[in-house]
Design a protein around this ligand. Structure first.
Ligand SMILES: [Zn+2]
Length: 473
């Protein structure tokens, strides 16, 4: 009896903030995760609809009304699932997005079958364990759990699980925005597609909140010439023209530019860093930014990408014979634009920097077609850094990884957030599944996630969504 009593007290006295996720929820998350990994959702031979249907079934079983669970899409293989947990309606809805598709994986390259859910040495293995079926399973479980708890958020929480983020022609987020905007319309969006809690040998070092994204844009540079016999060189050699232009681009540095998010990034990083780096970070926050400090920081490739728009030559080809003057020389320049800049504006800048009318410059579309039509792609205005999102992350991260800095960042790649941000719904990436810095296996072989890390990620998502929508902000 005494033992029982002391056990009971131990349970009662356990601080709530360290409460572990209950067994039933962990089991449910595990089962959903396994189910998702074992449904092949690659573009080549997989089927996203099967995964969407399976998740819809989970929600119906959990008591979500038929009318709040939709499986819709442009064709039989690429359907998306949308579910809504009703809130009090005090604010406009919150949209959660997660892609169901995964990158191709070959059995021969892997130690285990990538489409079998394998638990081994404290890890779950399988294609999508990091990108991003872990987060999909966590979001599904969390919504079901909130429903079981009869939790009423201060806004509807919508979850869209979608097709073709990694490739393919039927991007689900884009399709939903074009065809069923009403189903997913929201004040803001959370997308746990990026790894944002980083550990070193299991110890948390940083919790990131991605709150801005750069825009991707390719340009084709072409120089043409009459050519001729290589024994009779002419001044207008297409290869030299192109290479000289590219050399001017190499020397060019786009101006330093800060926005809400990168400003917050450097404010916080200045406290984490020490010495010259910390001093430089403070100096670039001055108005105008200290140029010498910016130049020193820009030697680091990450800071360079954070502070500047970048354009870099990524491909080149020229000539048709060893003994002929080139008739054509071409190159691709890939640009990553800071928020607030257009592709047309970037083209004008490139024309100026290349400084040679002989170099023709064309847009390259997302489907690799070359044209001179100004792209209609929207401009990405810099997003606000929402205080409610940041505060909720800080509160929960403070409980789960005490003392770990929370740092807003700007993604240098692009995700499905591109579509939602462009549609006027600010999008933030935060995911509670911690991964060791040297164990990022997204798109790679033997993709895996720590078992404990996965369950803590579930705990994070549950606490985070409750904090964010509890109506006490
Ligand atoms: Zn992903």
């Amino acid at each position: 009896m005494n033992r029982l009593l002391s056990l009971l007290f131990a349970v009662l006295l356990a601080p709530n903030s360290n409460a572990q996720m209950d067994k039933a929820s962990k089991q449910l998350a595990h089962d959903i995760f396994k189910q998702l990994i074992e449904i092949n959702t690659t573009d080549s031979v997989g089927n996203v609809t099967m995964a969407a249907e399976a998740m819809a079934q989970r929600f119906r079983q959990a008591g979500f009304p038929e009318g709040d669970v939709q499986v819709i899409g442009p064709n039989d293989r690429k359907k998306n699932m949308v579910v809504r947990l009703h809130g009090s309606g005090k604010h406009k809805p919150l949209l959660l997005i997660g892609h169901l598709d995964v990158v191709e994986a070959r059995r021969d390259d892997w130690t285990t079958d990538p489409f079998q859910f394998v638990e081994k040495d404290g890890f779950f293995y399988g294609r999508g364990t990091q990108d991003m079926k872990d987060a999909d399973a966590i979001m599904v479980t969390t919504l079901i759990k909130l429903k079981q708890e009869s939790f009423v958020p201060d806004r509807d929480i919508i979850l869209a699980l979608t097709a073709d983020e990694e490739g393919g022609k039927s991007n689900g987020v884009n399709w939903l925005l074009q065809n069923h905007r009403d189903l997913i319309d929201a004040e803001f969006v959370l997308n746990p597609d990026e790894l944002t809690v980083w550990t070193e040998q299991g110890k948390a070092v940083v919790v990131e909140v991605e709150a801005a994204e750069k825009t991707y844009s390719d340009y084709q540079l072409v120089v043409t010439d009459a050519g001729g016999h290589s024994s009779l060189p002419t001044p207008g050699n297409a290869i030299y023209e192109l290479v000289n232009g590219l050399a001017r681009l190499q020397q060019y540095q786009f101006p330093v530019e800060l926005n809400d998010v990168t400003r917050a990034y450097y404010e916080r990083m200045a406290k984490v860093e020490t010495g010259q780096r910390s001093a430089d970070m403070k100096a670039i926050l001055k108005n105008p930014p200290d140029q010498a400090a910016a130049a020193r920081l820009s030697h680091d490739v990450n800071d360079n990408a954070m502070l500047h728009t970048t354009c870099v030559a990524t491909r080149a080809s020229a000539g048709h014979a060893n003994n002929a003057l080139p008739q054509r020389a071409e190159a691709i320049v890939n640009c990553r634009l800071l928020p607030g800049h257009t592709k047309q504006e970037m083209r004008d800048t490139l024309v100026r920097v290349l400084g040679d009318p002989a170099i023709a410059l064309h847009y390259v579309s997302d489907t690799f077609t070359v044209s001179d039509t100004v792209p209609t792609n929207p401009v990405f205005a810099p997003q606000p850094l929402r205080q409610d999102v940041l505060s909720a992350v800080e509160k929960v991260a403070g409980e789960m990884w005490p003392g770990t800095p929370v740092i807003p960042t700007m993604a240098r790649g692009a995700s499905d957030g591109t579509y939602t941000s462009a549609a006027g719904m600010p999008t933030y990436e935060v995911a509670g599944v911690a991964v060791d810095r040297d164990d990022d296996r997204e798109h790679g072989r033997d993709e895996r996630v720590g078992v404990e890390s996965f369950y803590r990620g579930l705990d994070f998502c549950h606490r985070f969504l409750k904090t964010l929508t509890a109506g006490q902000q």
